[in-house]
Write a protein that binds this ligand. Structure first.
Ligand SMILES: Cc1ncc(COP(=O)(O)O)c(C=O)c1O
Length: 362
């Protein structure tokens, strides 16, 4: 494909998305929040930088992960490399989600008129389900079956659909590794902003809320490509914290590289998932745990497990200081900063990413 043809394909996809979402992809704002930095006692040299992903297509960063999958598919189609020839014979896209990811997937699929099946739990937020229906997604409710192994029943049904020919249109790198490509753009944008527009030293730390781990894995990969790596803190709630358990196990088996061949000894579904206002990060398994643990191990970072009090306090503080209508899930990274604030020097530069507008549930 010529460069001009590639650019035209990207621009057409973005224009199609804009017709459904009201806007296309954008570089989202990333600024030092004076009010939040002051509230947390940082000096003028340090502070808290907030990336506002609530302004992205679909109201969260999830559409970034899916855009690269869709571009891959549209390119394969345009070049005659896809196994189908007629647009009407496109295999259905499939995703297991009942939150931001499902909404992003439905928006992108509707934009290019590609059929989408969304596997949701029986307790899915009715607001999201109605929104998905309006975007013409097919909803499949997934109660736990007696014969189901451990793990999320939505993931079981999703994997069955993929085994039968559906295309994984998903935000977990373990199910479709192309999603990690698009996720890196968050890290690129943050690193570039610091390189080009922020005087003084680079970022010291990055706190990222972690469910499947894909967001943290790809964001830090974006930073790595820029050469400036902040210390990564992967934040989970005490209702579901398989990543921290894995981090401990990885050390027992001799480090992240050794752990590659010992997956099941380090990562398995959290047995007793509790409740949290940050329900978007209650994935019982951190599917993309290996790159996250590796980045924390190599970059001197660490996992942080937060209480529900910190989850709620972070959201109140975020809204009060920045005015961003962000979900509890989307401020769980800030909860990690609150939980560790006393161990951080006030001259340090710290980043958080607010993602997921609050109207999409928590
Ligand atoms: C707003 C928001 N932030 C962060 C995450 C966590 O991303 P990941 O599941 O890739 O770890 C999610 C996942 O649902 C989310 O909705």
């Amino acid at each position: 494909m010529t460069e001009a043809a590639r650019i035209a394909l990207v621009e057409q996809m973005d224009a199609d998305i804009a017709t459904v979402a009201g806007k296309g992809f954008r570089v989202t704002p990333f600024d030092r929040s004076e009010a939040l930095s002051d509230a947390l006692g940082f000096t003028v040299d340090g502070g808290v930088w907030v990336k506002d992903e609530t302004t992205q297509v679909g109201g969260s960063h999830k559409a970034r992960h899916l855009a690269t999958i869709l571009l891959h598919l549209l390119t394969a189609e345009a070049m005659g490399l896809a196994p189908w020839t007629n647009v009407g014979d496109r295999p259905t896209l499939a995703i297991a989600s009942c939150g931001n990811a499902a909404y992003a997937a439905a928006t992108l699929a509707a934009a290019v008129r590609w059929p989408l099946r969304v596997f949701v739990p029986p307790h899915a937020d009715p607001v999201v389900v109605v929104g998905l229906g309006e975007l013409r997604a097919e909803i499949v409710e997934c109660p736990r079956r007696e014969s189901d192994p451990a793990g999320d029943p939505c993931m079981h049904r999703f994997r069955e659909a993929v085994a039968e020919g559906a295309i994984p249109f998903t935000v977990q790198g373990t199910e479709n590794i192309w999603c990690l490509d698009g996720g890196r753009t968050t890290g690129w944008e943050m690193a570039r902003e610091f390189e080009e527009h922020v005087a003084g030293p680079p970022l010291d730390r990055l706190f990222v809320q972690v469910g499947a781990g894909t967001f943290a894995a790809s964001t830090i990969a974006g930073f790595r490509m820029s050469g400036a790596m902040p210390r990564l803190h992967a934040v989970q709630t005490d209702s579901c914290a398989p990543l921290q358990r894995a981090f401990v196990k990885v050390h027992e088996v001799g480090g992240a590289t050794a752990a590659l061949s010992r997956w099941s000894e380090c990562m398995w579904p959290w047995e007793d998932v509790g409740k949290s206002a940050a329900d978007g990060i209650l994935d019982d398994e951190t599917y993309d745990w290996i790159p996250v643990v590796t980045a924390m191990e190599h970059g001197n970072g660490s996992p942080v497990v937060v209480s529900e009090n910190h989850v709620r306090e972070a959201n109140e503080l975020a809204r009060a200081t920045t005015g961003i209508a962000v979900s509890y899930t989307g401020t769980a990274g800030l909860a990690g900063l609150l939980a560790t604030r006393n161990a951080i020097d006030p001259n340090e530069r710290v980043a958080v990413i607010f993602s997921g507008i609050s109207r999409l549930g928590s």
